[in-house]
Design a protein around this ligand. Sequence first.
Ligand code: SAM
Length: 257
Amino acid sequence: MTHTARKRFGQNFLRDHSIIDAIIRAINPQPDDIVVEIGPGLGALTQPLSGCLKHLSVIEIDRDIIEYLKNQPFADKLTIYSGDVLNFDFAQIGGIKKVVGNLPYNISTPLLFHLTKYANEISEMHFMLQKEVVERMCAAPNNKHYGRLSVALQYFFAMEEIIAVPSAAFDPAPKVDSAVVRMVSQVGRIGVASNFEHFSHLLTASFAMRRKTIHNNLKGLADDDDLLSVAINPTWRAENITPEQFVALSNYLVAKN
Ligand code: SAM
């Protein structure tokens, strides 16, 4: 089949076999692993993965691609879920899962947030993403890439960039550089928020205006005494505050109110 890549589905197909091999080695699939691939496309990762696994679940939105996959020799290993991964209930696949994929970049941030809901039933994830997004995910405090995405994901996962991928590795080539990130689920690694909604809201408010001090961004939510009680200097910006301190501040405010 000749498939014309669809921009609206973020279709950039991997064609560099050394990169594909490196990703498969990083995933290190074992026959009995419960693996879910997001966006299998024309099977660049699906084929080698299915060679290592007894079974593989894939989620794909493009119906033409689904028809193509059904006709591949490895199709008997697959359960194909047709639809938008942003609405996909990962809990319907039982057991502790490994999630992988060369993701559609246009939905990467909402997709990462969607996956946090299932962090307790995911052991690890390997994703190809825009390099700039991977830098934001993995950033530490006092780094210009550090922001709400970093803290919100680091709450659930230990993360590292493991493979840098040039755009020439894809067909068609995206306009941006890419990278593969490993995300290992470690809920509780930076503490446990007693009220997760409050914690999320606090992060959004703290990073709302990056140039403003935390004192200004949190007006009405926390006063200077609250900040000082968890060792946050009110003159700092959100980028100077560690993930652990955000959890501690949220828990302090929840307990106080
Ligand atoms: N895995 C293939 C590869 O590496 O060559 C394809 C990767 S391509 C970047 C992204 C894939 O995700 C495409 O197959 C696309 O159709 C699919 N996709 C895009 N948006 C999706 C969505 N909302 N839900 C599920 N799949 C989606």
